[in-house]
Design a protein around this ligand. Structure first.
Ligand code: A3P
Ligand code: MG
Length: 420
């Protein structure tokens, strides 16, 4: 059975019409050649030599233990803000300034205000790439600067190969080590650029709808910590009694290159260094995190293995150099604060047995992007290639034409196809 067919039968397309990717009768795939079992093994050398276009991509870690791929220093090309009603602004009005806690044991109460002063974003509303697309339309001249145009082939209107959210790339980086949550990523090609947008899996949707009050409160804790450590003005103080509104966001937009893939992506940034002499973004940005306090060796090991992987991937991608972590007890009181240098995290975990490796994360991401490039060839926003991954399986894909998976909005297509 072909991998993409098994993906079909597991996920019967929600009333959509799916077509199979065309492939030659002699093409061999990793899925067809591997032995069955929970661990996706690499292909036998003879089969690998006979491969043409892959129909699946293996997630087996050892395949990606090669030299670290080229990853260019991310360059901030712009930013945008979303206000308390999720309205887009092509500026930095929501950028906040870091205020270090005054005490070594801050005793911030992360539960404060959960009932009275919390406005939660409706995460049932799927925005796709819309905010990034708005930013692109507002900044096309910048993207098509003479040097950028010269470097890009004439059939690539934006001069980048991929447009996506940082969060989607974070998921790709951590995939070789992920054992719980799968993902679905939709890709569509328009004028040479691939747009990659997440589709909520059935499991993620079920989890979101079944979220307990305790879980919901713990999600608030992370935002409350941001409120204790951020000010709206460079010399301002945190407004501890204010409303926590998770609609508000400041997002950086960066350009970079992973191997031969030119990337444009955006990610939310928690705050910047309040010192006006700090370098420009992303070097002045800080990521804020909370985590349970570490009391045992086992907890430390789990923190290194699982949490630091996610923290590293999220901040490494946009070039955010520092992560400020608030460690809290079970009652939501912050008992200590520690700063991690993103570039030193891989050193911190070196003593963990069989731990994650940055090179595996980056090589997997690079190979996945190559896989998408080779599969998503039709330059037509009505065609969506849906890449699907579940733990212990390989990445597979299906092709969908004129279905509800189409995600580039008409207002974007109109601008991109008419106004040159
Ligand atoms: P923590 O990371 O401190 O838990 P981010 O750290 O990415 O800026 O996100 C801010 C906060 O949003 C998180 O703070 C957490 O409270 C909440 N959050 C983000 N993604 C989440 C997820 N997948 N599940 C639960 N909470 C999440
Ligand atoms: Mg954060």
């Amino acid at each position: 059975m072909h991998a993409q067919w098994s993906a079909h039968s597991r996920r019967p397309a929600r009333g959509t019409k799916a077509s199979t990717p065309r492939r030659s009768a002699t093409a061999r795939t990793r899925a067809e050649t591997r032995t069955s079992g929970p661990d996706p093994r690499p292909p036998a050398p003879a089969a690998a030599a006979a491969q043409t276009t892959l129909t699946t991509l293996s997630v087996w870690r050892q395949l990606y233990e090669r030299d670290f791929p080229l990853y260019k220093q991310p360059l901030e090309v712009g930013c945008f803000s979303l206000d308390s009603r999720r309205r887009f602004f092509n500026d930095a009005r929501q950028l906040r300034y870091y205020v270090a806690p005054e005490r070594k044991i801050p005793n911030f109460d992360l539960r404060a205000g959960y009932r009275e002063r919390f406005v939660r974003r409706d995460d049932g509303v799927k925005e796709g790439l819309d905010h990034i697309l708005r930013w692109i339309l507002a900044n096309r001249a910048k993207l098509q600067a003479p040097d950028a145009a010269a470097a890009s082939p004439p059939d690539c209107a934006l001069g980048v190969d991929f447009v996506t959210w940082r969060g989607h790339l974070t998921k790709l980086l951590t995939t070789p080590y992920e054992t719980r949550e799968g993902w679905l990523l939709a890709a569509t090609r328009l004028r040479g650029t691939l747009y990659v947008s997440e589709v909520e899996t059935d499991a993620a949707r079920a989890e979101r709808l079944a979220r307990t009050e305790r879980h919901s409160e713990m999600m608030y804790w992370g935002y409350k910590f941001e409120q204790y450590t951020c000010a709206a003005e460079p010399r301002g103080r945190p407004d501890e009694g204010g409303v926590v509104n998770t609609n508000e966001a400041f997002c950086t937009v960066v350009r970079t290159r992973l191997a031969n893939h030119r990337l444009l992506f955006s990610g939310e940034v928690d705050c910047r260094d309040a010192d006006p002499r700090a370098p420009p973004g992303p070097a002045c940005y800080l990521e804020l995190k909370t985590s349970a306090e570490i009391c045992t060796a086992k907890q430390r090991s789990n923190f290194h293995r699982f949490k630091l992987l996610k923290w590293w991937a999220q901040s490494f991608l946009p070039g955010v150099p520092r992560i400020v972590a608030g460690f809290r007890d079970n009652d939501g009181m912050v008992v200590s604060v520690e700063t991690y240098q993103t570039s030193k995290i891989s050193q911190l975990i070196k003593n963990e047995y069989n731990c994650w490796k940055p090179t595996v994360c980056m090589n997997f991401c690079s190979d996945f992007l190559s896989f998408v490039q080779s599969v998503a060839t039709e330059d037509d926003p009505r065609v969506v290639y849906l890449f699907s991954w579940e733990p212990h399986k390989e990445v597979s894909y299906t092709v969908h034409r004129d279905t509800q998976y189409c995600f580039l909005p008409d207002w974007y297509l109109r601008e991109m196809t008419h106004a040159q």
